[in-house]
Ligand binder design. Structure first.
Ligand code: UN1
Length: 501
């Protein structure tokens, strides 16, 4: 495998950061690239005290920002969208360097940011409240949506910029300010986004402090989570992280919006268009080296077609080029680090111990970085390792005979993010989408589990945390609702017919 020279990667990072206007001192936090496992540059992290200062500055800015008309707030997000478009290649370059995504997926991630900016600009004129008929004469009953406060955004390495933008574009038009704690694995992408947003704010003469970046590890995250001025904590990452965050936020009656692990499955029924199914399965299972929260991890195939489906996936896997994400033709880049590789090996040996057969993949490629061939594993049952999320390209294959059993297997895991069914049978498709079908936040037909558009609400149930980000009416999580009763009569009738005096 041919990997680029590490110093050329550090130079590329410097160039792209400079193009985005990043000025940030060096310090104790090192940013590495998974491409070669080497250092790109260092960054000065924040202390807990500085996190509190950032939250206070964001709160002061919020007090002004909340009174700016929403369509004027939308203008900042429109400017951000145009800067993201202008710097699409620069940002994608940093995403590839820091997260190891192949170029097309890195560009796609930046496009996802541009898309959500467009969505948010439209939303800035559509933060609708309802009116309800009052039961009393001469009364008007309605609701108003108001800005909420400071939103703390905690994001993960695997979508280092898109998930921030889902939260931030929406929070800003809703009149909130944002304090962002990116993954300590991907600080450089965060520096670039922060610089571009600050520029958008300055260009629009908006309060600059409505966006704050706090860089660092667990202590920085904890300071953000515990600060009572943070009205909403929107956290994306592992179930472990969610378990640490949610009770702390709840203890101070803050709100949290959680988007945690997935253990996404696809059901493949006898009528499926196999050509299409295999393409969808391979993209969702092996794309992004299995490091999306929406990655396909389980396949539930009708026993009559299982050998054929497994054979086709194995031949598609044999064609997949694993290597430097900058090389054209490469579809599978590196795992983020050694710990991810170790976790993958541990899960594969647990699967073997449970009677699973590794049909192909799971091997390390090369000696620098952590590159692996995507693994395809046939399992005799949905054992503990299958029920857990391993953030790596492992696809477990289970078989079913009866459709009800397929649904039971599908829902028989603790997570509930994304799901899909490949079938040409309308009854099966509709059943999968029905109340007694998939229990996930995302349920698809004849398309894989990953690669959602921003227009829909994104998130899932059970251990996935229940939050919804991005499109549809997810914006409501970023605002507070006030119910207003206005009496325009000269009488004071009480509700429910109560008489008082
Ligand atoms: C994530 O992995 O945290 O649906 C987000 C998808 C992308 C977003 C994934 N649009 O796969």
């Amino acid at each position: 495998m041919n990997l680029p020279d590490p110093s050329s990667l550090a130079d590329r990072a410097e160039r792209a950061l400079a193009a985005c206007g990043v000025e940030w001192p060096a310090g104790d936090l090192s940013a590495h690239t998974p491409i070669t496992g080497t250092k790109l540059r260092t960054v000065r992290p924040h202390s807990g005290r500085e996190v509190d200062d950032a939250v206070e500055a964001a709160h002061r800015a919020f007090l002004t920002w909340r009174t700016v008309p929403a369509p004027a707030r939308g203008a900042v997000v429109r400017r951000l969208g145009s800067l993201l478009t202008e710097h699409k290649e620069d940002l994608a370059e940093i995403v590839t360097l820091e997260a190891g995504k192949v170029t097309s997926e890195a560009l796609g991630e930046v496009q996802e940011m541009i898309d959500i900016c467009e969505f948010a600009v439209g939303l800035s004129r559509q933060l609708y409240g309802r009116t309800m008929p009052s039961e009393r004469p001469g009364h008007r009953l309605s609701e108003t949506w108001h800005p909420l406060g400071v939103v703390g955004v905690i994001s993960a390495f695997n979508f280092p910029v898109a998930v921030w933008s889902w939260n931030t574009a929406i929070a800003l038009v809703c009149g909130d300010s944002v304090v962002w704690k990116p993954s300590e694995t991907t600080p450089l992408t965060a520096l670039a986004c922060h610089a571009l947003l600050r520029r958008a704010l300055a260009d629009c003469e908006a309060p600059i402090d409505v966006h704050q970046l706090v860089v660092g590890g667990r202590d920085v995250g904890e300071a953000l989570v515990d600060n009572p001025l943070v009205a909403l904590v929107s956290a994306t990452g592992s179930v472990r992280m969610g378990r640490a965050v949610a009770p702390r936020v709840a203890a101070r009656f803050g709100r949290s919006l959680l988007e945690l692990g997935g253990n996404n499955a696809a059901v493949v029924t006898p009528s499926a268009d196999l050509e299409l199914a295999v393409r969808g399965i391979v993209f969702s299972a092996a794309g992004t080296a299995g490091q999306r929260c929406t990655s396909l991890r389980r396949l539930i195939v009708h026993e009559s077609i299982a050998d054929k489906v497994v054979g086709r996936i194995a031949s598609a896997y044999a064609q997949l080029q694993v290597g430097s994400p900058f090389d054209s033709g490469v579809l599978v880049g590196p795992l983020i680090n050694e710990a991810a590789y170790e976790a993958m090996q541990k899960s594969l040996s647990a699967a073997r111990g449970d009677g699973g057969t590794v049909v192909c993949g799971g091997d390390r490629v090369g000696e620098s970085g952590f590159y692996v061939t995507p693994a395809l594993v046939r399992m005799p049952a949905q054992t503990e390792v299958v029920r857990a999320e391993t953030f790596a390209p492992i696809l477990y294959v289970l078989t079913y005979t009866d459709f009800d059993d397929a649904i039971a297997l599908h829902n028989g895991v603790p997570q509930g993010l994304s799901s899909s069914i490949f079938t040409l049978d309308q009854r099966e498709a509709e059943r999968f989408l029905a109340a007694d079908g998939s229990d996930c936040g995302i349920a698809n037909v004849n398309i894989g589990t990953s690669g959602a558009e921003i227009g829909g609400a994104f998130g899932g149930e059970k251990e996935t945390g229940g939050g919804r980000e991005s499109g549809s009416d997810s914006w409501k999580a970023y605002m507070r609702r006030a119910t207003n009763t206005v009496n325009y009569s000269d009488q004071l009738p009480l509700a429910q017919g109560v008489e008082f005096g």
